[in-house]
Design a protein around this ligand. Structure first.
Ligand code: DGL
Length: 250
């Protein structure tokens, strides 16, 4: 039986990483797991996020054969990747905020979640590749989900109010350090017209390919994606709908 690659996020954000993965690994079976019961992770503590991630993955692993886990969630990477690596005995590949890609730019503003900002891992990364400013938001990811699902102007306003204070820096690069943020790339680009938008999605997918090549031969199976969520059947439909939409747009 062909084993799955589990791709994990709190919600819709990781779909951007899933699409990169599917392009590079078209014959693989993917299991996209969204912990929508606890979205947004940005408002929880490290230990809480760690429990949510481990529990979500544990439930899936108990039912389906998994050969690799890809963290398509920067917050989960920072809180839970070490524990997940130790627990599940399969290779784990993790996205992280793309500060390293910003090294060649003169003025970098990083957008991350508040929980990511609080992590030692992130603090080490920013010490090496310091951005000029950081927006560590607990709720931006949630507003993005709500905005793209409903088109509600209220959420659009909140998004703009979060982004606009950083325009004073006139950045030449903006790091989208949460996988939900590339979902509104157009808004980021409009608010920061001279900035190159950087995110770790493609790099993570490439790393997954390298790791897979080390452990097994190329799969010849039929590619597939299955969606799993931690709360409510309705969200599964939302995932499917946005997967199709994002596939066309990104
Ligand atoms: N998409 C996730 C990330 O990359 C988490 C967003 C959230 O749930 O707060 O950080």
């Amino acid at each position: 039986m062909q084993k799955n690659i589990l791709v994990f996020d709190s919600g819709l954000g990781g779909l951007t990483v899933l699409l990169h993965l599917q392009k590079l690994l078209p014959h693989e079976r993917f299991l996209y797991v969204a912990d929508n019961a606890h979205m947004p992770y940005g408002k929880f503590s490290t230990d809480q996020v760690k429990c949510f991630v481990v529990e979500s993955i544990r439930r899936v692993v108990a039912r389906m054969p998994i050969k690799m886990i890809v963290f398509a969630c920067n917050t989960a990477t920072n809180c839970a990747s070490t524990t997940v690596r130790e627990m599940f005995g399969v290779p784990v590949v993790c996205i992280e905020p793309a500060l390293k890609l910003g090294a060649g730019y003169t003025c970098v503003v990083a957008f991350i979640t508040h929980t990511t900002y609080m992590q030692k891992k992130y603090q080490e990364l920013r010490a090496k590749y310091p951005p000029i400013a950081e927006c560590a938001s607990a709720l931006l990811a949630e507003w993005i989900e709500k905005y793209i699902q409903t088109g509600d102007i209220e959420y659009h306003t909140r998004i703009l109010q979060t982004l606009q204070p950083y325009q004073v820096y006139q950045p030449d690069a903006v790091v989208l350090g949460c996988t939900h943020y590339p979902l509104i790339k157009k808004i980021f680009q409009k608010e920061f017209p001279n900035a190159c938008l950087l995110d770790g999605g493609l790099g993570t997918a490439k790393q997954a390919v390298r790791v897979l090549e080390r452990v097994e031969k190329k799969t010849k199976g039929r590619g597939k994606v299955t969606f799993v969520c931690t709360k409510g059947w309705f969200y599964k439909q939302t995932l499917k709908k946005f997967y199709k939409r994002i596939k066309k747009e990104l």
